[in-house]
Design a protein around this ligand. Structure first.
Ligand code: FCB
Length: 461
């Protein structure tokens, strides 16, 4: 296999999804506390009050990773713990918690990779407009400064924002994620401010510790169209590609936004981009984080869909009709070859990145313990191995993939799906909080121990 010797094998989680302890140590509410406690927003009215109780059980979770041989752990810092007021004074207990977590990881021989923002914005900042208020750029940079001052001596790898596309569109246009807004002007402002905030936070991290390695994590996908000869559909594909794949890449690398969107957003964008912004937004990074789950399929939009979206912007349809692939518990198609194609494309279109990290890749299935307490999640094993083969194929073609983080270490609070969707290689019983590594955990452990060599024995999918 082509995994380089120093390939970095990890697992990933995020603060609100696992920590619980929602009011411990002076933590203040985040937009996800508010959203999940708003009736009708989250399946089964679940929330992250307890989640996996990782805040108290982190030693056990680190031991599990150590036993599996995991080399690196991607977690996120909860802004409402680090700066309970959103801006201003540091939260001593929050800093202490991450100090303990980071020290315990290093003690176990596991490298910490910290994400600054994985969606739990302090509610107090949302009350002032959140990511749509330009002040957030400076506030986020201040938070980055404090994080680097507090942990930069021990954390080498930093991710600024996780999936700004989801922050922008799921949170502010479709309203299916916190803060639950449905407004195009707001979304366009958020799209710009997250790009700016990434650049400013990178500068802030570097100002404290020039040796820090940082990057953004983007959710990326390939758009497959049902009819390559339909110009309308091809145009739609280009819109979507710009919207999800290009926006935060072209801006950081070239100081531009994709032309088709600039034209489409028109005054709404012009209103939020201030003179000099497109210079500010440009920043180099040590790596690019990519989250990949599946390809997306576009069908010719029906007249009704066109109407519904004000006749201007049509949204992608993950349609069974155009996706020959089987689907996961999330309803997402399983398209392992897509990961290879995406990586090859990223390397070709944005060759500036000489270090690509798969910061998330994983799958939801409901499998739980059988009568012997064993969790045989064969389908997750298939997903994991087939996607890793795809990573291997990309590396073979010269794509500089240096890390892979499986999402997720633990079954956890899956945002709008609550606890109903399980992504973990470790099963969590949400009544007792008992952890049980699944079959996929032991398979991943073998992959790590052999630096991918066991994949040789897996038949090509
Ligand atoms: C990603 C999120 C992550 C997790 C997975 C399934 O969009 O970054 O927190 O919920 O999806």
């Amino acid at each position: 296999m082509s995994f380089p010797e120093d390939f970095n094998w990890g697992t990933a989680t995020a603060s609100y999804q696992i920590e619980g302890a929602f009011a411990d140590g002076g933590r203040t509410p985040s937009i996800w506390d508010t959203f999940s406690k708003t009736p009708g927003k989250v399946v089964n009215a679940d929330n992250g009050d307890v989640a996996c109780d990782h805040y108290h059980r982190y030693p056990e979770d680190i031991q599990i990773m150590k036993d599996l041989g995991v080399q690196s752990y991607r977690f996120s810092l909860a802004w409402p713990r680090i700066i309970p007021g959103g801006t201003g004074a540091a939260g001593k207990h929050g800093i202490d918690f991450y100090d303990r977590l980071i020290d315990a990881l290093l003690e176990a021989g596991i490298q910490p990779t910290a994400t600054l923002y994985h969606w739990d914005l302090p509610q107090s900042l949302q009350d002032k407009g959140g990511w749509a208020n330009r002040d957030i750029v400076g506030q986020f940079a201040d938070y980055a400064t404090l994080a680097a001052e507090s942990f930069g001596d021990r954390v080498a790898n930093w991710i600024t924002i996780n999936e700004p596309w989801c922050v922008t569109w799921l949170g502010n246009f479709w309203g299916v994620h916190a803060p639950g807004l449905k407004d195009l002007d707001t979304s366009i402002a958020v799209a710009h401010h997250t790009a700016l905030a990434h650049a400013e936070a990178t500068r802030a991290l570097r100002a404290v510790r020039p040796e820090i390695r940082s990057g953004i994590t983007l959710n990326m996908t390939n758009y497959r169209v049902s009819d390559e000869s339909n110009p309308e559909l091809l145009q739609l594909r280009d819109y979507w590609d710009s919207n999800i794949n290009r926006w935060w890449l072209d801006s950081q690398l070239h100081g531009t936004y994709p032309e088709n969107l600039v034209e489409f957003y028109g005054d709404k964008l012009a209103k939020v981009v201030k003179p000099g912004d497109m210079d500010l937004v440009k920043i180099d990074s040590e790596f690019l984080g990519i989250n990949y789950y599946s390809d997306s399929f576009l069908n010719t939009p029906t007249e009704e869909q066109v109407q519904k979206n004000e006749g201007t912007f049509v949204f992608p349809i993950n349609s069974d009709g155009t996706s020959p692939a089987p689907h996961t518990d999330m309803g997402w198609p399983i398209t392992p070859k897509g990961l290879e194609d995406l990586l090859v494309r990223v390397h070709k279109d944005w060759p500036e990145f000489i270090d690509i990290a798969i910061t998330e890749n994983g799958v939801a299935y409901p499998d739980g313990p059988d009568e012997n307490g064993v969790v045989t999640d064969d389908r997750r094993v298939d997903y994991l191995l087939s996607h890793l083969k795809s990573v291997d194929a990309a590396i073979e073609q010269g794509v500089p993939v240096k890390s892979y983080y499986y999402w997720s270490l633990l079954d956890n609070f899956e945002w709008a799906e609550g606890y109903a969707k399980r992504f973990g290689i470790v099963y969590v019983n949400f009544e007792t909080l008992q952890r049980t590594p699944k079959l996929s955990a032991s398979v991943y452990s073998k992959v790590i121990a052999s630096n991918g060599a066991v994949l040789e024995t897996v038949k090509n999918k």
